[in-house]
Ligand binder design. Sequence first.
Ligand SMILES: Cc1ncc(COP(=O)(O)O)c(C=O)c1O
Length: 366
Amino acid sequence: MDSVLPFTPLVRSLPAVVPFVPPEALERRNGRPLKVRVGANESAFGISPLAREAMRQAVDQVSWYNDPEAYELRHVLARLHGVALEEICVAAGIDELLGLMVRLVVEPGDPVVTSHGSYPTFNFHVAGFGGRLCTAPYQGDHTDLDALAAEVKQTRAHLVYLANPDNPMGTWHAAPQVRAFIDQLPADCLVILDEAYVEFAPAEIHFPCDLSDPRLIRMRTFSKAHGMAGARIGYALAHRQVVAALDKIRNHFAVNRMAQAGALASLGDQAFLQGVVRQVEEGRRDYQALAAELGLRAIPSGTNFVALEIGPEARRLLELLLENDVFVRMPGIAPLDRCIRVTVGTPQERAAFAQVLRHVLPQVQP
Ligand SMILES: Cc1ncc(COP(=O)(O)O)c(C=O)c1O
């Protein structure tokens, strides 16, 4: 039937993929609700009460279109980061921005560089625009900045992706290393620096937003520390030429009124944000302690999740956890797939996860 529909050759060539099986689908498959949802790196700590109230009020204006310029929000973000309004692009999350960036620079067949096993939604967009994914392996638990730069030079790619901290491993590089990485890239290669988890990372990761280098596109989200994953809102910090180019192709009405109002209010509640960061740090320590108790290695994380090294039985363990109504995820690609990836839940969720893990782990250990 497909053959008579006028899809482009590119779309016809794409495999049918589900980038992530959602927890809701797992519940439908299991025929019962999950007990512990610690697989999607969502926040377990809700949203700021100020954001909730702002979003509630915004519902009353939902008959109006959103402000496509997200003016108020960009104004506050500009002050926060010390950049100009024209250096910010607000979109429906980093995921949308990744697709837009690929669309800006990638033509069918063009090479695009990322780390082998890093955040797969980027790869999804590269495939969707016909790019040719070129990957650099991790070095141990870390993305390998030298290998990424070497891959860019070898393939002459115009786009490279780096998540810092990284998903799925949770590891990070300090700012001087990231800057050195950017400095060694060719002048015609843009770098996406995906900072979805930056609020949870140690201070050494931070560096000021000097957007005079048009190659650097930094991406931030309200999905993680701000707890608004379902509202779909994030932004790019980039040279004004890049932002102007994004304006040519973005969906100007993608970010709804509730999301914009909630994000704006959440930025005004730094105490809430700091509370979330503290609770996540506490949760990471809990997982470290649990790993030590069970003789597992927990990979040091600068995110709201922890990768636990299991070995060749990681996938089996994931299935056993799911059979016990515990949702976690794992890296899809070797050698990272020796790990399971567990989001920091509430203390109750962490305790419930620990209880099930203690129960099922012996079933996969020799
Ligand atoms: C590295 C990374 N980037 C981006 C995202 C998605 O961000 P958003 O919800 O803003 O689309 C995630 C979510 O898990 C992520 O892990």
